[in-house]
Design a protein around this ligand. Sequence first.
Ligand SMILES: C[S@@+](CC[C@H](N)C(=O)[O-])C[C@H]1O[C@@H](n2cnc3c(N)ncnc32)[C@H](O)[C@@H]1O
Length: 268
Amino acid sequence: MLPKNQNMTGINIKINKIIEYWNSELLCSLESSTSHADVDLAYLDNIIENRELQKILSQYRDGKQGKCLDVGAGYGRFTKTFLNNFDEIILLEAAPIIFTHLQSLWGGDNNIKCISETFETFEDQNQYALIMASGLLYLYEDTLVRQFLEKSRAMLKAQGLLILRDFIAEPQRVVKSSYVRDGFCHYREPKFWNEFAKASGFELLQIDRSKPRLTLLRNSRTLTVLSSLHIKSVLKNPLIVNMSIKFGDWKVKQDEDVKTVFIVMRAR
Ligand SMILES: C[S@@+](CC[C@H](N)C(=O)[O-])C[C@H]1O[C@@H](n2cnc3c(N)ncnc32)[C@H](O)[C@@H]1O
């Protein structure tokens, strides 16, 4: 349960259950976006995803300016990349225990403000150049996604970017969540994102993998062998990171399982 002093009045009950989950399980490391993962692999993925995010920002933006909002920031693993691209950063995190840690990591920086609230209750007259949400919307049903996109559109400047790090699958599938009480994981098709983007005042710019496939490295047996040889930290080696980026499989194939992607939209 969330602490009593956390005012949850009026928040959609479904979002409350999602936050309850994160607040009890937390994130497994500073670099991880999730509660249960291999920490060395999460470290590797985090470097790769930050590089990909930087590439996207360089492609669609000029220089370091404007304000950015990271919705569900977790421990703020994209914050350094935001600092390289924006003057002002708002890290929004609704799970109280995760927020406390986020605040202790980033609260001392003058360009960063940490706020403990859900996106749905957050009110701000500011016009953002970027809104980012990583690891959120797959737990949202369609109506909540629609509300999220419409609110994001209203908070963005014209030409502002919305970047979602989420999952896609073709054909799309809905799976009962093993973690969130009464929750479901929605792995949607690119077609869904295209239609929802258009209907909410966005132009869909791209949907690309956030990290390469790396089937061998992600195999649990490989990780067990590396671990038993006490060499799993090799995954953090810059050479392995660079080789993964260069030689990893970045193609989005239709018949493959769920994949993690950056969905990039621009406010019309
Ligand atoms: C999957 S974790 C991802 C953390 C971080 N974005 C990352 O990629 O590493 C999702 C985070 O978003 C927070 N969160 C989920 N829904 C939210 C909402 N509606 N408003 C604010 N925070 C939310 C959760 O508490 C959790 O810390």
